[in-house]
Design a binder for this molecule. Structure first.
Ligand SMILES: Cc1cc2nc3c(=O)[nH]c(=O)nc-3n(C[C@H](O)[C@H](O)[C@H](O)COP(=O)(O)O)c2cc1C
Length: 447
C-alpha cells in the first residue's frame, strides 16, 4: 500500500520513518511482561519468527491470534505492522492505544509521542508518566524536556531535574550515580550557598550625610537580592578644624576601610560626593593606595559601580565618573552602569537626578540631607541591579566550574569507550538544578 501524504484524523503528523518492522522491533524489550498468558506468548514469538523471515502476512496472522487473547505485545507488533508494512494510520494508532492501555511501556511512549505531536500535551504527559514510572528512560527524558521548557504544562524545574536525574541514574552510566557532586539537590545546595555568601561592599566618603543617606538605600536594594553587604567609610584626612568648618558629621558606627579589606569583596559600590567636578581627595588618595593590589590582581574581575551627590543639577557628575573609571579599569574591574530601563529615568517627564553612571542626589537648600523619594528609589533599584549582575556572573562561573569538573572526573575515571565529554543528560541535570537553585533566590535570568 502507498504511504499517504498526510494522515487523516486529527492533527497528528505522519511518521516519516520507513523502518521495516524488524528495525522497529529491535528496541522492544522481548522480556516485557505485558503478554497475558503463555499460549499468547508462544503465538507472538511464532509471529516474530515469520517477521524475521520477512514473511509479514504470516507474522500478522499469528500476532492477530495472540492479540485476540489480549496480548499487549501482539498489539504493539500489529501497530508496527500497520506503520511499516501495510500503511494504515488508524489501525496503527488503535493498536498502539490498546497495547498502551494493557501496560506495554513501549506503546505508552508511542502514544505519548502521538499526543505530543498533536499538541495534546496533557495526554502526552499522562502517557509519558505511566511509561516513566514503569522505568522507561525515553519517557523520563521527554518529561524532563516538557517540564524544563514548560511545553503545555507549567514550567517546573524541580520536576524537570527529578526526571532528568532518574533518566541519568538508570543509564547504566554509573558516572552520574557515582558522582555525589552532581546530585541535583547537592548542586542546588552548593550553588545556593555560594550565592548567599556573595559579599558586596558599599564604600563612601560623606561629610554632611548626603551620600550616607543614599548608601543606606543602595544597601536595601542589594540585600533584597540575598547577597551580604558591608558598609565602610573612607578615612577623613582633613584636620578637625576644617571638618567642623565643613559641617562634617561623625559616623562612628561605620568602620573605616583598609586596602586589604577590598580583597574579600565580590563587588564594590563607591559613594562619591562631588568636589569641583571630581572625586574628593580622600577617595582619590585611597584609590591611589590600591596600586599595591595590581600585581596580585586582587581586584581584577570584581564588579564595581558608583553613586553620587552634589549641589547643582548640571555640575560635575559626568566628569567625576569619567575620572574615576580609569582607576577601576586599571585594576580590571567591571563597571556596572545605572540601567536606565530599570531606573525609570528615561520615561519620566520631570527632571530626575542620576545618570547612566549611577544614581545621584542633589543637595537642596531647604532639606539638605534628604534625597527625594525618586532619588531613593533609583538608588535602591541600582542596588538590586548591581546584585543581580554579580549573582549572574557568579552563577555562570559556578555552573562552568561544575561542568568542567565533570569533564575532569570523566577523564580521570577512564570509563572505557567514553570520550571524556559531558553527556547531554549530565548538562541537563546540572542546568535544571542550577536554574532551580537560582529561582529559589528569586533570581532573574532575564534581566
Ligand atoms: C570643596 C567642595 C567642592 C564642591 N564642588 C562641587 C561641584 O563641583 N559641583 C556640585 O554640584 N557640588 C559641589 N560641592 C557640593 C558637594 O558635592 C555636596 O556638598 C556633597 O555632595 C555633599 O555630600 P555629603 O553630605 O555626603 O558630604 C562641593 C563641595 C565642596 C565642599
Amino acid at each position: 500500500m502507498q504511504k499517504p501524504n498526510a494522515y487523516d484524523t486529527i492533527t497528528i503528523k505522519p511518521h516519516e520513518d520507513t523502518n521495516s518492522i524488524l528495525q522497529l522491533l529491535e528496541n522492544v524489550d522481548i522480556n516485557d511482561l505485558t503478554y497475558q498468558d503463555e499460549e499468547s506468548q508462544d503465538l507472538v514469538e511464532l509471529g516474530d519468527e515469520f517477521s524475521f523471515k520477512k514473511e509479514y502476512q504470516q507474522a500478522k496472522f499469528w500476532w492477530e491470534k495472540a492479540a485476540g487473547k489480549g496480548s499487549a505485545r501482539a498489539y504493539l507488533r500489529l501497530a508496527y505492522y500497520y506503520r511499516s508494512v501495510e500503511w494504515d494510520y488508524n489501525k496503527s494508532v488503535e493498536n498502539f492505544k490498546v497495547a498502551a492501555k494493557a501496560g506495554n511501556v513501549k506503546a505508552q511512549c508511542h502514544v505519548g509521542d502521538l499526543c505530543y505531536a498533536s499538541s495534546n500535551y496533557k495526554m502526552a504527559v499522562e502517557w509519558f508518566e505511566r511509561a516513566a514510572e514503569a522505568g522507561s528512560r525515553y519517557a523520563q527524558q521527554k518529561l524532563g524536556d516538557i517540564y524544563y521548557k514548560g511545553i503545555g504544562v507549567e514550567k517546573d524545574l524541580k520536576v524537570a531535574a527529578e526526571w532528568y536525574y532518574k533518566h541519568a541514574s538508570k543509564q547504566g552510566d554509573k558516572r552520574i550515580r557515582r558522582s555525589n557532586s552532581i546530585r541535583s539537590d547537592q548542586v542546588i545546595y552548593k550553588a545556593s550557598k555560594k550565592i548567599t555568601s556573595l559579599l558586596i561592599y558599599i564604600i563612601f566618603y560623606s561629610l554632611s550625610d548626603q551620600i550616607y543617606t543614599l548608601a543606606k538605600e543602595v544597601r536595601q536594594g542589594l540585600e533584597s537580592q540575598g547577597v551580604k553587604v558591608k558598609m565602610f567609610q573612607i578615612p577623613d584626612t582633613f584636620s578637625k578644624n576644617i571638618s567642623s568648618h565643613m559641617n562634617a558629621r561623625s559616623k562612628k558606627d561605620i568602620p573605616l576601610v583598609t586596602v586589604n579589606d577590598l580583597k574579600l569583596a565580590d563587588g564594590i559600590i563607591w559613594g562619591v560626593p562631588i568636589r569641583f567636578g571630581s572625586m574628593p581627595v580622600q577617595i582619590k588618595a585611597f584609590l591611589d593606595d590600591t596600586s599595591r593590589l595590581w600585581k596580585s590582581k586582587s581586584l581584577a574581575g570584581k564588579f564595581t559601580g558608583m553613586f553620587f551627590s552634589n549641589t547643582n543639577q548640571h555640575d560635575g557628575q559626568e566628569t567625576t565618573a569619567f575620572t574615576a573609571l580609569a582607576n577601576f579599569y586599571r585594576h580590571g574591574m567591571l563597571y556596572v552602569p545605572l540601567i536606565l530601563a530599570d531606573s525609570g529615568l528615561h520615561d519620566k517627564l520631570e527632571a530626575l537626578s542620576g545618570s547612566i553612571y549611577g544614581p545621584r542626589t542633589i543637595e537642596n537648600d531647604q532639606n539638605a540631607h534628604e534625597p527625594t523619594r525618586e532619588e531613593l528609589k533609583i538608588a535602591r533599584q541600582h542596588g538590586e541591579t548591581f546584585a543581580k549582575v554579580v549573582k549572574t556572573y557568579h552563577w555562570g562561573a559556578y555552573y562552568e566550574k561544575e561542568i568542567s569538573s565533570l569533564g575532569a572526573q570523566e577523564n580521570n575515571s577512564k570509563v572505557s569507550g567514553h570520550n571524556g565529554r559531558i553527556s547531554d543528560t549530565e548538562r541537563k541535570v546540572l542546568l535544571s538544578a542550577l536554574e532551580l537553585g537560582s529561582s529559589n533566590f528569586s533570581f532573574n535570568f532575564n534581566m
